[in-house]
Ligand binder design. Structure first.
Ligand code: HEC
Ligand SMILES: [Cu+2]
Length: 299
């Protein structure tokens, strides 16, 4: 016997309308929230981005400032005020030179002149980031740069540039040892100048990195990036392999113990340095292999 069909639910237009109204209401609230969210985002986002960019800009400038003091000031003068090399803190120079041109010159040097190439790519000791940092620093000088039309002629332009380096008998060499994040990032060792006359040489070693470093002056004809790895021998951790250290038996001077802490500067003098080829290294385990080496010549 066929079942009795269930009667259809009674049609209740009022109830339906109420439920429709409710859904519509919820939809409107959601839409309003979306619009508010979107507007807030659009208004805030460029601001946030600008703040982040400005922060990066100022940290690049500060690092660039340190790099310049350690690697460039010996020729270009303190803060680019001129020395044996052109005045870079000059309105005319900064106006005439784009960031791109500046990076190109710093990375590749100017062949046939004293201006060395700095980027790894051209045999120097700077990462691309460091080239950018120095460029950012130089650009930051522009708003206050004095007018120095004769910027190309170096120190003749600014008598006040004699503060470059404290007077030390003999030659003064600025070495910067650095790393971006210890053994997890790049490391570098830069020297300026890279060639000096024979005699007393005072090395000022500044650690701008995040961990301890040292600097050892080795007298050797082997290329700076071809020193054999000998591992053992250098306390406190003589090991048979894996330390990636180089032989220090031809050392003529070093920063000594303890190692130079981040932010610290250490000075030492090698008396009567003889003409010949040298290599400057940081011989803390693995640092040589990670790029802490630079060629140095005594003429
Ligand atoms: C050993 C000395 C020396 C050191 C160190 C040195 N420079 Fe120079 N630099 C020169 C000389 C010399 C010139 C001019 C070359 C020429 O005759 O055109 C020059 C030119 C330049 C120029 C181009 C100026 C122009 O003529 O347009 C820039 C930019 C520059 N150097 C930046 C740097 C920066 C940045 C550093 C550090 C990372 C640095 N230099 C380190 C010697 C040096
Ligand atoms: Cu080191």
């Amino acid at each position: 016997m066929p079942r009795e069909r269930p009667s259809p639910p009674p049609f209740e237009p009022e109830a339906l309308e109420r439920s429709l109204d409710r859904y519509l209401g919820i939809g409107l609230v959601f839409m309003a929230l979306l619009i508010v969210g979107f507007v807030t985002y659009t208004v805030r986002e460029p601001g946030l981005r600008k703040t982040a960019a400005a922060q990066q800009q100022s940290s690049y400038r500060d690092i660039g400032d340190t790099l310049f003091a350690g690697s460039c000031a010996s020729c270009h003068g303190k803060a680019g005020t001129g020395g044996s090399a052109p005045v870079l803190n000059s309105r005319q120079f900064l106006k005439a030179t784009t960031d791109g041109q500046m990076k190109g010159i710093i990375a590749g040097g100017i062949s046939g002149t004293e201006m060395p190439a700095w980027s790894f790519e051209f045999g120097g000791t700077f990462t691309d980031e460091q080239v950018q940092q120095v460029t950012t620093y130089l650009r930051s000088l522009e708003p206050k740069a004095p007018s120095v039309p004769s910027w190309r002629s170096g120190s003749a332009a600014t008598p006040s540039s004699t503060t470059t380096t404290a007077a030390v008998a003999g030659t003064s060499v600025q070495v910067v040892v650095s790393d971006s994040s210890g053994l997890n990032g790049r490391m570098s060792l830069t020297t300026a100048p890279a060639a000096v006359p024979a005699g007393d040489v005072t090395f000022t070693v500044k650690n701008t990195g995040t961990i301890e470093h040292e600097m050892v002056v080795l007298q050797t004809d082997v290329a700076f990036d071809k020193l054999p790895i000998v591992d053992g021998g250098d306390p406190p951790a003589p090991v048979a392999s894996g330390a990636d250290k180089v032989d220090e038996s031809t050392s003529v001077g070093e920063t000594g113990d303890p190692a130079v802490k981040p932010g610290e500067t250490r000075t030492f003098t090698v008396k009567g340095m003889a003409a010949g080829k040298y290599v400057l290294v940081c011989n803390i385990a693995k640092h040589y292999g990670m790029g802490m080496t630079a060629a140095f010549t005594v003429r």
